[in-house]
Design a protein around this ligand. Structure first.
Ligand code: CP
Length: 317
């Protein structure tokens, strides 16, 4: 595998889950695979889980790992070609990317949607530049439109906890005070659509996702109706995708917060969230602390999904 940016890159999903569960049984089985190989993780945005789990995954495979926080200590980067660089950005991405490629074997990139241009965000301009100019395999650690390492971990978690072959999985919008990208929701939808699960998306009017990601999912505007009989509730906030509100918060209605009353409508569903989560906005204390909350095992599976992806890339070097 030469790049990992979306569900298609991982190939057959059943095999991907089997590979991940095999790694989980013995995560130190392949420590020779990454010997003398260097993983560079580049963060344009903050992270807790992705940073630690991916670094740990690289170490499990015997890799050397380096982390660059672009906004803390590196030169400010110009990203536009043709700009006269007489401002506060002393380095251009078009030199910085191939230079970074000189020092490593695999590069992970985190770069969120900037909400300056929907077209640029949905073209994945920055990630594409890394793919084009680094000379190294690139994997996404959350880009503008997708968070595939998260979705892979989510899939592993659902497979571990599901009680029926074809569970009902509900992606529910929930309120948040600040505009968040659609990446986690898009990506979760993309991966769920690649399974045979009964997949439902619920959100207030105005929060419709890109139809490319909604795919064959059922969209239900009544959150309570969507929750009926659900086996998994996956809560997430996202800002508006549709014009003219792209990247805006148009509703912070706490009637959409996931609480015990709504969870009681489900088939004793498990509660999932990618974290970090704003308690009592997205989900109440009671729900996230309940036995049905699997947010910690879900986060733990980030190490496994990252290791499965890195293993596949290392095998292709
Ligand atoms: N879920 C997730 O990607 O967490 P971080 O933003 O902390 O990496």
């Amino acid at each position: 595998m030469k790049q990992f940016t979306c569900v298609q890159d991982i190939g057959d999903l059943k095999q991907a889950v089997a590979d991940a569960l095999e790694i989980k049984k013995d995560r130190f089985r392949y420590t020779e695979l990454g010997k003398n190989k260097t993983l560079l993780m580049i963060f344009f945005n903050s992270s807790l889980r992705t940073r630690l789990s991916t670094q740990k995954a690289g170490m499990n495979l015997g890799m050397n790992t380096m982390v660059l926080d672009v906004n803390q200590g590196a030169w400010k980067l110009e990203t536009e070609r043709g700009v006269i660089m007489d401002g506060d950005k002393p380095e251009h991405l078009l030199e910085a990317i191939p230079v970074m490629g000189c020092y490593c074997d695999i590069i992970g990139v985190r770069s969120f949607a900037r909400f300056e241009s929907k077209e640029e965000d949905y073209d994945e301009k920055l990630l594409s530049q890394f793919i084009q100019y680094s000379g190294r395999p690139i994997f996404s650690m959350e880009a503008s439109t997708r968070h595939p390492l998260q979705s892979y971990a989510d899939l592993i978690t659902i497979e571990e906890y599901k009680k029926t072959a074809r569970p009902k999985v509900v992606l529910s919008w929930a309120p948040h005070p600040k505009p968040l990208p659609q990446a986690v929701a898009n990506s979760f939808a993309e991966w769920m659509n690649a399974t045979d699960y009964d997949f439902v998306i619920t959100h207030p009017e105005g929060y419709e996702l890109d139809p490319v990601f909604v795919g064959k999912a059922k969209v239900e505007y009544d959150q309570r109706k969507a929750f009926e009989g659900a086996d998994f509730i996956y809560a997430k906030n996202w800002s508006a995708y549709t014009d003219p509100n792209y990247g805006k918060v148009i509703n912070t209605d706490r009637a959409w917060t996931v609480d015990t009353e709504k969870m009681a409508l489900t088939n004793n569903a498990y509660f999932m969230h990618c974290l970090p989560v704003r308690r009592n906005m997205i989900v109440t204390d009671d729900v996230i602390e309940s036995p049905q909350s699997i947010v910690i095992p879900e986060a733990a599976n980030r190490e496994i999904s990252a290791q499965a992806v890195l293993k596949k890339i290392l095998e292709s070097l």
